[in-house]
Design a protein around this ligand. Structure first.
Ligand code: SAH
Length: 349
């Protein structure tokens, strides 16, 4: 028996059950997309910072180790990563930590079976979790999520002449398309956006807020710090950022769901606001380039170049890609949230 492609099955589901929210569309599409492939690298769909250079993971590992040392080297600390991809960031970070005497237990939150396999090859000692709900309690956590929150489902709300509405995704013979759905109360819309003209789209990610609250709860109770690195905006802003990427090119997010990576910009203001009253302190967001430079990118590059002088041009190119404003340096941001009993994290002063 031949199984219809995922997008055909999703279209059928929508035609029979009615339009679904953009958040559900994104959740279903990405679950299918990630479950069946390793999308990273030249032969895949997109390349992330840890895949560009080992310096990225090493600097994050040293940033964590520095916090741990200044916190008085607490025992039992765990390294936690959300959406670890191929495990590259983790293995670079853990190697750098080891040089400071920190050898944490490793916990990965990952849903994709294919990527879990890749992660097991890089970090065999890891334990895996479907979601943050089973992460260890009562021990300090050093948490990182790079390009994780952008993949979580986002709702879209759209301003119409009859007020704000939830945006839904409909399907017909021609494919998928967004349509206005039921009204949403204007209390859900920030003041500075509420009176935007019809057609304006506002994205919110309740799934991301729920995850960040869960992490903040653990940090507030048991110590540690979390680091989110992703592309997004510092202030909640109107505008449609849902995008698809396939084979390193932007693609239509309403076409071939499950066959391309769907992401939306991360609203750092909303994430910070969600955890601020939970006892953790929020630092940043700060542009990735500035943050990496201020935690020792130059020294790291110099050390690598000294060890392998023949790679000096590659190392400089990778540094440029990660930090230059016109590359990943300013679209990507870093934000930390830290347990109340822990020291100030480096790079945010
Ligand atoms: N952090 C890695 C990979 C980024 S791609 C890097 O920087 O290279 C997004 C990662 O998040 C993948 O590992 C994907 O499988 C995972 N992911 C996506 N949605 C998820 C979800 N809802 N729960 C857990 N992991 C998820």
């Amino acid at each position: 028996m031949q199984v219809a492609p995922f997008s055909a099955r999703l279209a059928k589901l929508i035609r029979s059950g009615g339009p679904i929210s953009v958040a559900d569309y994104m959740a279903l599409a990405n679950a299918h997309y990630y479950a069946g492939r390793d999308p990273l690298g030249g032969a895949g769909d997109f390349t992330t910072a840890p895949e560009i250079s080992q310096m990225f993971g090493e600097l994050i590992g040293l940033w964590m180790a520095d916090l741990w040392l200044r916190a008085g080297r607490p025992a039992g600390v765990c390294y936690v990563e959300l959406g670890p991809g191929r495990g590259t960031l983790a293995s670079d970070a853990l190697r750098a930590m080891r040089s400071t005497g920190l050898e944490p237990a490793v916990h990965f939150v990952e849903t994709s079976p294919v990527l879990r396999q890749a992660q097991a090859a890089s970090v065999p000692q890891a334990s895996w979790h479907q979601d943050g709900g089973s992460l260890p309690e009562g021990v300090p956590l050093l948490i990182v999520a790079n390009e994780f929150f952008d993949a979580l489902p986002t709702r879209q709300l759209i301003a119409t002449t009859s007020g704000w509405r939830e945006r839904l995704v409909a399907a017909d013979e021609d494919g998928f398309s967004p349509v206005p759905g039921p009204p949403v109360g204007s209390a859900a819309i920030p003041d500075h956006i509420r009176h935007a003209p019809p057609g304006t789209v506002l994205e919110t990610s309740p799934a991301s807020v729920a995850v960040v609250k869960q992490l903040a709860h653990l940090l507030a109770a048991s110590g540690g710090a979390g680091l989110i690195v992703d592309y997004g905006y510092e202030r909640t802003s109107a505008g449609e950022t849902l995008q698809a990427v396939a084979k390193h090119h932007f693609a239509d997010p309403w076409h071939d769901p499950g066959g391309r990576d769907l992401t939306a910009h991360v609203d750092f203001e909303a994430l910070a606001a969600a955890v601020r009253d939970m006892g953790v302190t929020v630092h940043g967001p700060r542009d990735q380039g500035d943050w990496l430079e201020s935690i020792g990118m130059a020294a790291r590059a110099a050390k690598l170049t000294k060890a392998s002088p023949d790679r000096s041009a590659d190392i400089e190119a990778a540094r440029h890609r990660l930090t230059a404003a016109e590359q990943m340096g300013s679209l990507f941001k870093a934000m930390a949230f830290v347990s109340p009993h822990w020291p100030e994290p480096a790079g945010f002063q």
